[in-house]
Ligand binder design. Structure first.
Ligand code: PLP
Length: 508
């Protein structure tokens, strides 16, 4: 056991507002930190117009074409005119929205964009500050407050967020507590690939446990059984928004001195014990791909309240640099030419000193602009997902031969999708049901990889399995999900329910 192994983890401020979809009681200490592609659906207009987000101050010039001298009353009038035209254009391209059963596509996932999203993107384009700047910083600060973490670090995808998190835990800055090649990380095989990949990419060994049918998460007991002498971390996704028992998992991690990573990519807005998922572990990832609860087109985020972890993630994201100056800044530490690091000569420019073997996984300002506009609507998006899931759940209750999804006890999921498993004893297979639904233009998706170790990419990889992956294999053949995203209407959902019932009645 390593003593006091978490680096400088200051008090978690946990600010938050009431009434937010993932808001909860502010000020409660967190447990660990406290004790510690699918196709994109067509753009759909959101029902309620959102209040415009307060605009960021003028962007830092990025090139000669954006000099402030060119900005003036004339330019601002011109911009206002252009944005008015964008609003008119948005009205023009709206579709009637009439739903024709069997003809209109019912997408399993999709982004919901309104006029303010379109305006925000065009406005950011007009500013021509493309690299991450003030909007990105603003998003990070608003989002961190919203999810009640001290730091939110934007990155170009949820997959990158997972890669940054695991890579950060291998940093030499963590001294003895760092993860080293050969160390084991407990996870599940019924996974999205990029939850597992960063483990392999960092020379670590995934240890797979089975999940339950219905919740599609592992139990704490299954994870506990998998802990061995080389185990150093647990990294699990809240499957399709359904929280795994994360408070208990954090307790288990604390008892065994393990890092806990929450892949929260599918679960923005979900709660466990009234607290947002993504706030129980050492770090958590979020995806802003269009299939997810809110979107930047492409994008992701790492959230943590551990400032030491945050600093390492930032370094890895930004080329591995040791310097933390924002673009356009040069000497925020006031010691730019006074450092001596590695075997570099004293005074080597800190802006070009690298303390990690890093990447460039940053986003653009345009993505941040869209993110800010979408963030205004996230509570409505989460509410719609919960409503749609409930309508499906109530509509399908009692239908034979199907395992219906169940929320994990003590949780309030902000659902990503509605998962169905066809009972292996049923007189029909999942494929037949999927074919029937797809014929009716009801979109379906697999539960991601099914059993990931059955995929060619993982054939020669080192891993350990604890117990049998029985349910994971059932998932591979019998499980799929349908949509709950906010672009779906009651009419569409009722058509999905009646179609499934019709199929089961005919085949059951
Ligand atoms: C559980 C999970 N983790 C990670 C990701 C990766 O997110 P992204 O597509 O933004 O890379 C996804 C994508 O859907 C996911 O479902």
């Amino acid at each position: 056991m390593r003593a006091a192994r978490k680096p400088g983890n200051p008090q978690d401020a946990r600010p938050g507002r009431r009434g937010e979809c993932w808001g909860g009681a502010a000020g409660k200490a967190p447990l660990r930190a406290r004790h510690p592609r699918p196709r994109e659906a067509p753009v759909t207009a959101a029902g309620a117009p959102a209040a415009p987000f307060p605009r960021a101050a003028a962007a830092t010039p990025e090139g000669p074409g954006t000099r402030r001298s060119r900005q003036g009353p004339y330019m601002n009038d011109h911009k206002a005119l252009i944005l008015d035209e964008v609003r008119k254009y948005h009205q023009d391209v709206q579709t009637s929205g009439e739903f024709v059963p069997g003809v209109t596509e019912i997408w399993p996932t999709g982004a919901v964009h309104d006029v303010e999203d379109r305006v925000a993107l065009v406005e950011a384009a007009l500013d021509l500050r493309v690299a991450a700047g003030s909007r990105a910083r603003r998003f990070e600060s608003v989002f961190a407050r919203k999810i009640k973490r001290r730091k939110a670090l934007l990155t170009n995808s949820g997959s990158s967020a997972n890669l940054l998190i695991v890579s950060a835990l291998t940093s030499q800055k963590l001294g003895d507590m760092r993860l080293r090649p050969g160390d084991e990380v407990i996870t599940v095989a019924a996974a999205f690939p990029t939850t597992v990949n960063p483990i392999l990419q960092n020379g670590l060994v995934p240890v797979f446990v089975d999940v339950e049918l219905g919740t599609y998460n592992p139990t704490v007991e299954a994870v506990e059984r998998a802990i061995g002498p080389k185990t150093r971390a647990i990294m699990i996704a809240h499957t399709v928004g359904n929280p795994f028992p994360v408070a208990e998992m954090a307790q288990l991690a604390a008892e065994h001195d393990l890092f806990l990573i929450e892949d929260n990519c599918d679960a923005l807005g979900s709660k466990y014990d009234g607290e947002p998922t993504g706030t129980f572990g050492d770090m958590a990832s979020i995806s802003f791909y269009p299939a997810h609860h809110m979107t930047m087109g492409e994008g992701g985020c790492v959230v943590t309240s551990n400032l030491a972890f945050a600093r390492i993630v930032e370094s890895l994201r930004d080329w591995g640099r040791d310097c933390w100056c924002e673009p356009g800044e040069s000497n925020t530490c006031l010691k730019r030419f006074s450092y001596q690091m590695g075997t570099l000569p004293e005074g080597y420019d800190h802006k070009y000193i690298y303390s990690h073997v890093g990447y460039n996984l940053k986003i653009t300002e345009l993505q941040a602009a869209l993110g800010l506009s979408q963030l205004d609507k996230i509570d409505d998006f989460c509410a719609a997902r919960r409503r749609n899931w409930r309508r499906l759940r109530e509509g399908l209750d009692g239908v034979p031969h199907l395992v219906l999804p169940e929320a994990t006890p003590r949780s309030d999921p902000s659902w990503y999708g509605f998962v169905l498993t066809v009972d292996p004893q049923a007189p029909f297979g999942a494929k037949e049901l999927v074919d029937f639904l797809e014929d009716r233009r009801i979109g379906t998706r697999r539960l991601f990889a099914g059993n990931i170790i059955r995929h060619p990419a993982y054939t020669d990889r080192e891993y350990r399995i604890v117990g049998e992956l029985t349910n994971t294999d059932v998932i591979t053949t019998q499980t799929f999900h349908i949509g709950v995203y906010p672009g779906l209407t009651d009419e569409m959902i009722d058509y999905v329910v009646s179609s499934i019932k019709e199929f089961v009645r005919a085949r059951g």
